[in-house]
Design a protein around this ligand. Structure first.
Ligand code: PMP
Length: 431
């Protein structure tokens, strides 16, 4: 495959943009480096790069593009918004309409606020929880990414429940000290954290279905116990549904799991591909936020007409009959096909899938937490990624990410993808 134009652009990019990219994972670090493919055009389930190569896209921009690229309904909504002026700095009726749509789809949202990214949404839920509880510590689960605000760029030290150390230069130790990290799906570790620090904890931050070390579902009863222990300690439960809201159903993971948090952070899909974040939850907690309460949060771009229009249009597409069933059916076909070829070529593959999101781990063991995901074979994944890219299949360049189906993937796309997987596995089995 000729990628000379991508190579050329990447040389230029490195002169102007730090690391040549505007988000680090795009630099292919997770697969041992290489030239990132520069895309020029997306349509439905496909991408075309600057060298004219066509790809079937399962990256979906790390989640938001659930209706495929340039979906006509969303494109029309964005075009209309552009003609009417994209930013006013005043309230608009679109914000009311969209807030109501979110509330109708996710009942735990008594009040919402729009922001511009998942990072902002999560960051603000933490501030609001701290304001409400008048406590400082937060608990999070190892390996869960919650954006790049200071308190969530903290990883576990050693031991089942540990106070954090900064995961990034520039995050003060003083902030990391207020973050406790425990393994996901390990209720004993969670109990230990609550018994040790419970009366100082403002909130626990949970990806109710994990998307950031692959798709990992909670063990039965895990989230129920987390809720009970957290509330017992007088702390709040925050769900980070930046990936999961509208990914598996018209609504959120909390409905699938039949459990409610006190607050929810959202992003990605709800913007229909434009920048967005939102957070919401119990009315008495949300009323901590300015102008009603003492917790400050604002935004020049927050609730802008373009993002609102794209988000509304995206949810309208997702609210049609059979959308998620179709993604589930194609997801199952993809999963079964990959597993069959893995068996045929004697490769160790485990797949975690829910509806149209799946992670292919090179491992014989099941993946239930971050440690399990870390133990899967990254070198094998890197080989697979590069081989399948050559065949025109665009995945996220990391063993920790999911493949995302869209409403636009067809049966034929899945067949073509499985042919590419077969070729890649055949090559890997010879090495
Ligand atoms: N939370 C989760 C669960 C995420 O996956 C992400 C982004 N991958 C974020 C928060 C941050 O969102 P954003 O990149 O829009 O700031």
């Amino acid at each position: 495959m000729n990628i000379s134009n991508s190579e050329q652009l990447h040389k230029q990019a490195q002169q102007h943009i730090v690391g040549g990219v505007n988000s680090p994972s795009r630099a292919y670090k997770g697969v041992g480096g290489g030239t990132p493919i520069y895309m020029e055009r997306g349509q439905g389930a496909y991408f075309w790069d600057v060298d004219g190569n066509k790809y079937i896209d399962f990256l979906a921009a790390y989640g938001p593009i659930i209706t495929g690229h340039a979906h006509p309904h969303i494109t029309e909504a964005i075009t209309k918004a552009a003609h009417n002026g994209v930013l006013y700095g005043t309230p608009t009726a679109l914000e009311n309409k969209f807030a109501k749509m979110l509330k109708d789809a996710i009942p735990s949202l008594e009040k919402v606020r729009f922001v511009n990214s998942g990072t902002e949404a999560v960051m603000t839920t933490i501030r609001v929880a701290r304001a409400y509880t008048k406590r400082n510590k937060i608990i999070k689960f190892a390996g869960c990414y919650h954006g790049h605000s200071d308190p969530v760029l903290v990883q576990a030290g050693s031991g089942p429940a540990t106070l954090g150390t900064p995961d990034s230069a520039g995050v003060p130790q003083a902030i990391a000290q207020d973050v406790i990290t425990v393994p996901f799906n390990d209720i004993d570790a969670y109990k230990e954290a609550i018994s040790q620090w419970g009366d100082e904890v403002a909130a626990v931050l949970v990806e109710p279905i994990v998307g950031n070390f692959g798709i990992v579902e909670p063990k039965p009863g895990f989230l129920e116990q987390v809720n009970e222990l957290t509330h017992g300690a007088g702390a709040l439960v925050i769900y980070d549904e930046v990936i999961t809201a509208f990914r598996f159903t018209y609504g959120s993971a909390q409905q699938i799991l039949n459990i409610e948090p006190d607050m929810t952070a959202m992003g990605k899909i709800i913007g229909g591909g434009l920048p967005i974040g939102a957070y919401g939850g119990r009315k008495d907690i949300m009323e901590q936020v300015a102008p009603l309460g003492p917790a400050y949060q604002a935004g020049t771009m927050a609730g802008n007409p373009a993002s609102m229009s794209a988000g509304i249009a995206c949810l309208e597409v997702l609210n049609q009959e059979g959308v998620y069933q179709r993604m589930d059916r194609l997801g199952a076909k993809l999963e079964q096909g990959i597993l069959a070829y893995a068996r045929e070529y004697g490769l160790p593959v485990t797949i975690n899938r829910l509806i149209g999101a799946l992670t292919v781990y090179f491992s014989e063991r099941e993946v239930e937490n971050y440690q399990d995901a870390e133990n899967t074979d990254g070198e094998m994944f890197a080989k697979f990624f590069k081989l399948i890219l050559q065949e025109g299949i665009n995945l996220a360049p990391s063993k920790y990410e999911a493949w995302f189906l869209t409403t636009e993937h067809s049966e034929a796309d899945i067949d073509q993808t499985l042919d590419a997987v077969k070729k890649a596995f055949a090559a890997m089995s010879q090495q």
